[in-house]
Design a protein around this ligand. Structure first.
Ligand code: GLU
Length: 473
């Protein structure tokens, strides 16, 4: 979506950050140009029967970079979808995958509809037709381009995409890897649904573990007891709130499109969602104050602000009013370039989208690996690990002549399930990738902030691939 809130369109804003970081990497201009440009843009229009008439649906798939295959990225359903937005999001996917060492190129898709205006069966028809269009043009496949959920889509849509692809794929043994974010009982993976939110939590927790950085912000280390505001209660916002709450943070503000609520003593995320289900709105939640317009939630007093909905919500007009010390970009592109500079000058730490919300694609990668290997993670080694640990404990008991209580043995000797492995892989990824970016930020005076560091890291990794391909001598 091009926005009146910035002089840059969304795609231009991604390029703006790229251009800031590119000279720091010192790669030849031609190579930098090749990394920056979108490689393939597919705009389509197709008819779908809605009621007694046909409607022409406009949709896109952009493959930004094929330096690694498949390309990867979600599909969004929103009335604001346009080529600029999908291209910006595809570019972010390239950099995102590089930052978290997911061996894919970047892509994104979008269908220009307001899902609320369609019935389930109409949405199914639109999704299946979109998938068929992608198949026709060879724009989908486990080794070509692999969609996933994004704003306005979820497991249900991924299941429809899988089924349509399977119908058309004529016995390809790896066909289940054509899309990720599928329901667990339809070749999905445990832990994908909450992965982006959990990654947001791991990423902010890692940043907040650094005493030196927190001192600069005037904060103590750790997330426990910190005040958090979250804008957007979709999949990413909800799970981010849940994991922060579980870690002892206080959710003081929540925003949705109908309005926002504030309670400095804390809001229980599950209760808020229950209230929304019952009344159709988060407003009038017991003990909380209503806030209108909903954007005002961004300006509440807090330590951590998490925009988790759409792009450009923090702009020139409100960046000066942000009270948070840390802004964690759970959404893609929630901060305009103007706001980015204002907040940096004000000493606010912005943890950039292309790192912070990469948990989703990280677990998508695990799901794709599971689909290609045709086996659930943990199936081969769970029992073996369990009996090896039990054997060790028994041996220790024998040597020390002491007994370990049965419930302790059950905990200590447990073999890992798929969910344990997925979460540990995700945690390792978010922690390791943060440290890479922080080091680039702290070691180079020209690198002004974490976002520039993330771009430098991404550009270097993609450039390395192109150099290895021998295209650029
Ligand atoms: N749509 C998500 C994103 O923006 C996930 C992409 C994926 O899993 O491929 O990162």
């Amino acid at each position: 979506m091009s926005t009146a809130k910035s002089k840059y369109s969304f795609h231009q804003s991604v390029d703006y950050y790229f251009d800031k970081a590119a000279p720091i990497t010192k790669h030849p201009q031609g190579l930098l140009d090749q990394i920056k440009v979108p490689n393939a843009v597919y705009q389509m229009r197709f008819p779908v029967k809605i009621g007694n008439d046909y409607q022409v649906i406009e949709a896109f798939r952009v493959q930004h970079s094929q330096h690694r295959l498949p390309t990867k990225g979600g599909i969004r359903y929103s009335i604001h979808v346009d080529q600029d937005e999908v291209t910006a999001l595809a570019a972010l996917m390239t950099y995102k995958c590089a930052i978290v060492d997911v061996p894919f190129g970047g892509a994104k898709g979008g269908i220009k509809i307001s899902p609320r205006n369609y019935s389930t069966s109409q949405l199914q028809r639109i999704t299946r037709r979109y998938t068929a269009e992608l198949v026709k043009k060879n724009f989908i496949g486990p080794g070509i381009d692999v969609p996933a959920p994004d704003y306005g889509t979820g497991e249900r849509e991924m299941a429809w995409i899988l089924d349509t692809y399977l119908t058309l794929s004529k016995g390809d043994i790896d066909a289940y890897g054509c899309v990720t974010g599928k329901p667990v009982n339809q070749h999905g993976i445990n832990g994908r649904k909450e992965a982006t939110g959990l990654g947001v939590y791991y990423g902010i927790r890692e940043a907040m573990d650094n005493a030196e950085d927190m001192k600069q912000l005037g904060l103590s280390t750790g997330v426990e007891g910190k005040r958090v505001v979250i804008q957007g209660l979709g999949n990413v916002g909800y799970y981010s709130a849940k994991f922060f709450q579980e870690a002892g943070a206080i959710i003081v503000g929540l925003g949705e499109y109908e309005g926002a609520i504030h309670n400095p003593k804390g809001l229980d995320i599950e209760q808020v969602l229950k209230h929304r289900k019952e009344t159709g709105s988060i407003l009038d939640f017991p003990g909380a104050k209503n806030i209108k317009p909903t954007e005002k939630v961004l300006e509440l007093a807090c330590d951590i602000l998490i925009p988790a909905a759409i792009e450009s919500v923090i702009h020139e007009g409100n960046a000066g009013q942000i009270k948070a010390k840390i802004v964690g970009e759970a959404a893609n592109g929630p901060v305009t370039p103007e706001a980015n500079e204002i907040m940096r000058e004000r000493g606010i730490m912005v943890i950039p989208d292309m790192y912070l919300n990469a948990g989703g694609v990280t677990v998508s990668y695990f799901e794709w690996l599971k689909n290609l290997s045709h086996i659930r993670f943990g199936r081969m080694q769970k029992r073996f690990d369990q009996s090896a640990s039990e054997g060790m404990i028994k041996m220790m008991e024998k040597l020390t002549n002491k007994q370990v209580p049965a419930e302790e043995i059950a905990k200590l000797a447990r073999g890992a399930d798929e969910i344990d492995l997925v979460r540990s892989g995700l945690e390792e990824t978010m922690v390791g990738s943060y440290q890479q970016i922080r080091e680039i930020w702290r070691k180079n005076k020209k690198v002004e902030d974490l976002r520039t560091a993330a771009f430098v890291n991404a550009i270097n990794k993609v450039a390395m691939d192109y150099l290895a391909l021998g295209i650029f001598p």
